[in-house]
Design a protein around this ligand. Structure first.
Ligand code: NAD
Length: 255
């Protein structure tokens, strides 16, 4: 019996085998979860499909989170195939490269809207669509970063989006607690992924984190996957509305 045996859920945010969502998927599968996956577009489907199939998944659906119809379609397909689900993993973010490069005061209105829509509002709409089929005891997690509560060079509009995301976690948790549904965020330290490539000087962030973290090492997809396993399993049955740091302690290190 694994920690997730008998549990089913959907993972949004695998782009390739470096994705944090993929690290989470592997941990969940190893503990017996049944998984469904979504992909953003056809180009990514080619990468996501074989990965998903390697974890015995045969529910692999398109979803651009800006497209409400696609989001609704994902959950109606899950209802058709499974009836109810136990968890949702939201590991999605996007901002225009130009908006991340410019000084923060120069962020465009459209760029601000886009970053907040894809990276924060999507958790709200995803939760709304998932609710009718989420079991009591269900768990939702999202991925955030320290730039939500501190100014991190070049994180800019994404920091603001993550602040909105973390606040959304608290409001959703407060609303859904009565239904026995938990909502939490994991705040990961810097990890080399496709999304991270959009952040200027990312290499520098990696070396600063490694130097300052009490663990004296960077965290990786497996570290985040294990923390996700805790938040999605019954081990965290009393935990909701929280932001959990998986960053080797970087967020609490002085200096
Ligand atoms: P990634 O590039 O592997 O994943 C980002 C995902 O977002 C991709 O799968 C992409 O397809 C998806 N996405 C972007 N726009 C979308 C849209 N409109 N609709 C649907 N999907 C969309 O990178 P990652 O680092 O694994 O990012 C996953 C999450 O982790 C993000 O929320 C990111 O901000 C967060 N995070 C990353 C780090 C890091 O250092 N890599 C640190 C903390 C938090």
């Amino acid at each position: 019996m694994g920690l997730m045996t008998g549990k089913r859920g959907v993972i949004f945010g695998v782009a390739n085998n470096k994705s944090i969502a993929w690290g989470i998927a592997q941990q969940l599968h190893a503990e017996g979860a049944e998984l469904a996956f979504t992909f953003l577009n056809e180009a990514l489907e080619k990468r996501v499909r074989p990965l998903a199939e390697s974890l015995d998944s045969n529910i692999i659906l398109p979803c651009d989170v800006q497209n409400e119809d696609e989001m609704v379609a994902v959950f109606s397909e899950l209802e058709k195939q499974w009836g109810k689900i136990d968890f949702v993993v939201h590991a999605i973010a996007f901002a225009n490269r130009e908006d991340l490069k410019r000084p923060f005061s120069q962020t465009s209105r459209d760029g601000f809207r886009l970053a907040l829509d894809v990276s924060a509002y999507s958790l709200v709409s995803m939760t709304r669509c998932a609710l009718p089929i989420l079991q009591e005891g269900g768990s939702i997690i999202t991925m955030t970063y320290l730039g939500s509560v501190r100014t991190i060079p070049a994180y800019n509009v994404m920091g603001v989006a993550k602040a909105a995301l973390e606040s959304s976690v608290r409001y959703l948790a407060a609303e859904l607690g009565e239904q026995g549904i938990r909502v939490n965020a994991l705040s990961a330290g810097p990890i080399k992924t496709l999304a991270a490539a959009g952040i200027a000087d990312f290499k520098k962030k990696l070396s600063v984190a490694e130097e300052r973290a009490p663990l004296k090492r960077l965290v990786n997809q497996e570290d985040v996957g294990k923390a996700a396993l805790y938040l999605l399993s019954d081990l965290s049955s009393g935990v909701t509305g929280e932001v959990h740091y998986v960053d080797g302690g970087f967020s609490i290190a002085a200096g």
